[in-house]
Write a protein of this length. Sequence first.
Length: 425
Amino acid sequence: MYLVYADKQGQVFDHPEVIALGRNGDIITEIMEDELIPLPEGATLVGLPHTRPIGMDPQTGEMLPLDSELQAVGALLPQGYTRLLLPGYLKTDKTQKFPLFGYTAVVWKDGDFHVAARMSDDPERWNPRNCDVPTLEAKVRELNGKYPDNRLYQHLTKCALDYECLTASNTFLQRWEGAVPVSYSCNAGCFGCISEQPDDSGFPAPQTRMSFRPNVDEVVQIMLEQLNSPDSIISFGQGCEGEPSTQAPIIIEAIKRVRAITKTGYININTNAGLTDHIRGIVDAGLDLMRVSTISALDDHYNAYYKPRAYTLKNVEKSLRYASDKGVYTSINYLVFPGVTDREEEMEAMIDFARRTGLRLIQLRNLNIDPESYLELIPKARGEVYGMKQMIEILEAELPGVRIGSYSRPPEGWTLKVEQAKLRK
């Protein structure tokens, strides 16, 4: 398992005399064979700016930093893969921050690149090769022509064509899970927000947040176009917007109007679930699926990252419990990070949280962040650090009724729901 590095020009090489190392949080560590998989299709290798690679001398077992003119290399994983270790590196300028991506340890092994990761879900639907650009461009023209005054389709055009957002693309291709953003405001100030960052944050947001409030007609048009098959999903709450439940009146009215026309497909919301009264109204209007974003079930860690405004983690728990009790298929968008998520106290708290709220699905998502900035922000570890592989195995063992995956999906037994809907008609 040899170290991978990049030169000044960004060319990537392996070093056949140095063993690759990874990082679990701020701890440099060896990479185990059972933590490696071949570099997945769709992954990207990137040089880490202002770093020098660090490996291990195979003869002495000592850590060995490479020349400061070289860069460490990380892999950016496609959706459906969970990072187990960060790349092994030392920063040459600690004032410089990485762009907001999720960096994974990469090695050269058996004549090919391998990464410290595991496949947590079937990535096929979210593989970019399934998004044919000419077909997408034609559908963009078609739906913008059909709804020339719909500002949401205009906004999603940029998301699909410029940012290559697959959820936005699905909205035009009218398949799988599509997007209907509604909010330009948020009740949290997430440290790693990808659509809005303070000017002095040091890492600019990679996406532009929507800047208008859509009307109900615009929302309904997109929902009806998307909900065209039994397993189709339309989702409020996208990376290009704030917290969708801040626009609860629009969402509630849109759901009611859509469900008066069709029972087909699933209506989902991706939310921080802090506005419990708003979530109750949305659930009661006819919500099918709810995915709640969280980074921890511990208040001090949660608050440090999310910086909630006028809500607490207890509100989040109440929202999940209410939705679950009303028959909504609930999941969490669990932002995971090696050396943090696998801490003993984090695992214990999350297992208890999942049991109390009746969770059905945990979606593991790699936290896109500058590692040093994140580790400085959150509380220090209070217990043993187990490693991400063992953390996932513990969740699977302790929560046998909870699915561990990466995506929103129609719940098991959705065909029964479709047949019941037909009978209601």
